[in-house]
Ligand binder design. Structure first.
Ligand code: BG6
Length: 483
């Protein structure tokens, strides 16, 4: 693996503390970091290297899934870290940073391989990318890569503009767009489940599948993020990115090769075949909701509009359920129901595949077979089959299941950062996917803005508005496994 410099913008922020330093440290413990590397954290305040290293140590001790037996590994890791003060718009700060990067490269004999991670507010993405270019930081003899995380724009137009700006400084194959759902081990496992098992490969199409249900429910509400969330809503926060990624990963065909280009090409085909929703069809296929006061985990919680920082007349959705159709040979006629919401009864991200019943006069297939893939917070795969009860001889559903027993599952950020260091972009969102997702979502945003789609209230702690149930009932189905 190439030796390199990891430059972290937003190095004193929350994500850095909770996820990025612990991820780097765990990779280091597992000897998955290059033999030599340098980490440079950037923040707006003055700090010495020593103070900064101490704060990194704190975050590792608080958030890392593993620590070493004695302190020596942490000590060793901390010696790789330096700090530099940086205001994203101040050109001189970039010159100082460039000098520091070069000094460390020389000191450690590291070629000019530079990984820039922008863990900052989205309005700084293009400012920083441009300054990386103009300062000379982006002119290297080795490789350079940029990691950014959503939101990539607020709509199709702003996403395109952002991308153009990024492309002035980085080429597409140098940009690693994190969708942290692609870091989840069970999402990465979908490929194996579908394509390494001939039994599922044979069944994975409209010949055998009646419908697919993808749910990401959360018990949390808007928390302290009203400033962002009230502008975004569930449609931008979860649906346009994580949910459509789950759809792509579920419905994509086997790639010709297991490489990033082929995998991303197959994912793109899913979005290209996704039936566009015209504005006047949004209401028939999509339900939006906002939570009202209720009971979650036996605790009374306020309604969305009474959350701190939320407008009293907010029309923002905290719940979306939609019916999608993929118009290709394999999926024609199979509805994909996708649902996500806050303040629901449980935290659960899961994919439920409902198989067709084989009606005939003798075997009635009372209950359908289901394949249930739990992604988050528990990881499991189960297959629900019909079986005869040995005592009374009655048919009953039984569960053939596997649950991950490994407590020490790596965090998604660990897997994603490891990929980016190695230049493996399979589990990052390509611009084509991002653009096609926004394109599909755009009429929905417009229909919302024009207030064409009713905003249903739902009681906190429920599974969303009743209209979300009716969406499936229209097709003769219902949501599986709701609490
Ligand atoms: C984030 C959203 O991208 O994903 C949050 O901004 C949401 O609103 C979170 O809570 C859910 O992620 P996870 O990994 O907990 O399912």
């Amino acid at each position: 693996m190439d030796t390199m410099t990891f430059v972290l913008f937003g190095g004193t922020g929350d994500l850095a503390k909770r996820k990025i330093y612990p991820a780097l440290y765990n990779l280091f413990l597992e000897e998955k970091m290059p033999s030599t590397f340098s980490i440079i954290g950037l923040g707006r305040n003055e700090s010495t290297d020593k103070d900064f290293q101490e704060s990194v140590e704190n975050s590792i001790r608080t958030f890392s899934r593993r620590l070493s037996d004695n302190g020596s590994k942490i000590e060793q890791f901390l010696t790789t870290i330096r700090y530099s003060k940086l205001d994203a718009r101040n050109k001189e700060d970039y010159q100082r940073l460039l000098q520091l990067v070069k000094d460390r490269e020389e000191e450690l004999n590291i070629p000019e391989n530079r990984l820039f991670y922008l863990s900052v507010a989205p309005e700084f993405f293009d400012v920083i990318a441009l300054n990386i270019k103009e300062s000379g930081l982006g002119t290297t003899n080795g490789w350079k890569r940029l990691i950014i995380e959503k939101p990539f724009g607020q709509d199709l137009k702003s996403a395109r503009l952002l991308n153009q700006n990024l492309n002035n400084a980085f080429k597409e194959d140098e940009i690693y767009r994190i969708d942290h759902y692609l870091g989840k081990p069970m999402v990465r496992n979908l490929e194996a489940l579908k394509f390494e098992n001939p039994v599922f490969q044979a069944l994975w199409s409209n010949r055998s599948i009646a419908n697919v249900q993808i749910t990401a429910s959360e018990t949390v509400g808007v928390e302290q993020r009203a400033g962002y969330y009230d502008q975004a809503g569930a449609i931008r926060d979860m649906f346009q990115n994580h949910m459509l990624q789950l759809l792509m990963m579920t419905a994509m065909h086997a790639p010709k090769q297991k490489d990033a280009n082929e995998i991303r090409a197959e994912k793109r085909k899913v979005l290209e075949a996704l039936r566009p929703l015209n504005k006047d069809e949004v209401g028939k296929n999509l339900v939006r909701g906002q939570y009202e006061a209720g009971l979650v985990n036996n605790k009374n919680v306020p309604g969305y509009r009474d959350e701190p920082g939320v407008r009293k007349d907010s029309q923002t959705d905290t719940f979306i359920a939609a019916r999608l159709w993929i118009d290709n040979q394999d999926w024609a006629g199979v509805p994909f129901y996708i649902r996500t919401g806050k303040k629901m009864p449980e935290k659960s991200t899961r994919i439920v595949v409902e198989f067709k019943r084989n009606h005939n006069d003798i075997y009635l297939n009372k209950d359908p077979n289901l394949l249930v893939i739990e992604i988050n917070p528990n990881e499991s795969v189960s297959l629900i089959l019909n079986s005869k009860n040995p005592v009374n001889g009655e048919l009953e559903p039984i569960n053939a299941d596997y649950a991950s027993s490994q407590l020490d599952v790596p965090d998604g950020y660990e897997l994603l950062i490891y990929d980016a260091i190695r230049g493996d972009s399979r589990f990052f969102a390509h611009w084509n996917e991002v653009e096609l997702s926004w394109k599909w979502v755009q009429p929905i945003l417009e229909a919302f803005d024009e207030e064409q789609i009713p905003l249903h209230g739902y009681t906190a702690g429920s599974n969303g508005p009743d209209a979300a149930n009716r969406l499936l009932e229209e097709d003769g189905f219902s949501w599986w496994l709701d609490k």
